[in-house]
Design a protein around this ligand. Sequence first.
Ligand code: CA
Ligand code: CA
Ligand code: CA
Length: 311
Amino acid sequence: MKFTRHFDPGFAVALGLCASVVCADPPANLLTNPGFEEADPIFVEFPLGWAEMPALGPRWREIGDDPFNPPLIRSGRRSIDLPTLPGQRFAGWTTNTFGDQGQLFDPPYEYGAGPLVVRGYYAIPANDPLLNVLAGLKLEFRRTPPNFSIYLAFEDLSITGHTDGQWRRFEFMVSQADFDYYHQLWGGPWPPFPTSVSVLPLRFLPEPFDPSTEQSGTIYWDDLEVVQLPPCPADLTTTSDPNSAGYGLPDGQIDAQDFFYYLDLLTSGDSQADLTGSSDPNAPDYGDPDGTIDAADLFYYLDQFVAGCLP
Ligand SMILES: [Ca+2]
Ligand SMILES: [Ca+2]
Ligand SMILES: [Ca+2]
């Protein structure tokens, strides 16, 4: 099968896709102070809504704060960094902190609803690359205080080296399938379920940890975003271009990009294309993968596409 990437309305009508299903407005950013521009009203040396670990390790940077080591800033006047910290295995910023009115800065999370996506930008100077250090983002899904224990945590620590001082986009998603994977592995679920999520840009020294190992480098973060997307089974991607950011990451919208992404899965024989054993909604194996990729899977996907997002 060969499919064009240009969305052809006639082709769509032929498939019954003409009423492209679009969810409500894009979900709002759940993070406080996502660009690190605002100071805490009491502890004015620190950014509102963010706590650093260890104390006095990571730095809140501002244009002109150090002429010998000027910060990288993506927008506004400020960003955060995670510099070389000798002897420290872990350093990070976290939203797991409270405001002066007792408000929790961890974004809320609705368990069992749509995927949670964290996006942001990082930059690493060419003259201060990450050496023997991994960096990335961690999400700690927490139960309701005063319990506040971590239900499960997920991280992507794939950043190392440098970006030549350029800002790069970073995206990371946790869906219900990720929770279910660990439920199956470890005999869950384990209610009560999480109601908030701590967001941590961090740097970490991989195993084996040896304090004498030479490690160095500074990573900057700016313009972070956390959204929880609506549950839309047919929403598979942001773009159908494999070379674009957002390929394979849902965006809360169901449109032609998702359809072409599914066709990519189907034509490449990707096991993720196997959605059902039957295209008959009354059959017992409707919606249960059967190990075979065939026309029934395409028709099942089209059913989900037309059904749109769940209420
Ligand atoms: Ca900023
Ligand atoms: Ca989409
Ligand atoms: Ca199948």
